[in-house]
Ligand binder design. Sequence first.
Ligand SMILES: N[C@@H](CCC(=O)N[C@@H](CS)C(=O)NCC(=O)O)C(=O)O
Length: 208
Amino acid sequence: MASFTLHEDPCSGNCYKIKLTAALLGLPLATRQYDITKGETRTTEFLSQVNANGRIPVLEIGDGDAARFLPESNAACWYLADGSDLIPADRFSRADMLRWMFFEQYNHEPNVATLRFWLSIIGEAGLSDAQRGQIAAKRAGGEAALRLMNDHLATHDWFTDSGPTLADVALYAYTHVSEEGGFRLGDYPAVSAWLARVAALPGYIAMT
Ligand SMILES: N[C@@H](CCC(=O)N[C@@H](CS)C(=O)NCC(=O)O)C(=O)O
């Protein structure tokens, strides 16, 4: 089996998704750390050798001259989980899983994760006027995403009909730390119950 190295910043939920996927599957995963608040993913070396998009996570598959680099958290989760129970065998469920993963990237992460980053990691005093001006819209967008998840989870244990999948991993990563962005999980009881179900999965690791 190829070796896997995750280029990551441990504060990133996008990176945690990949670590959680590997842990649930029992796959060994080495890590190499960067500090995104210091621009360490924007160096000439990183841009030319790891990810021209200047962002982590990046999954490095193999090593030396044969190494290949896969950016984008959900693509990396897919690579690791391909052929496992974390990706449904049923065609509709597989597409439904992707539906929730696209929702995570478009409706959830840009609001829920960004507010956590701004308020808890950078800190409000360090925000630009433009960022401060976007807080209310991001709050409303994040609440809408959490409401939609809560409505779904009120009648389902998992996001697809096939048990726990990558959709649950992807949405768990930033939801379980959403209070760091000022969201109130107590307002979303079905989400809170689902978070506990994910945390009880065999192999689960916390996001330290
Ligand atoms: N859609 C990408 C988002 C990647 C992303 O935004 N990474 C952030 C950390 S979570 C980053 O590297 N920020 C540093 C920067 O933009 O300089 C994914 O899911 O992997």
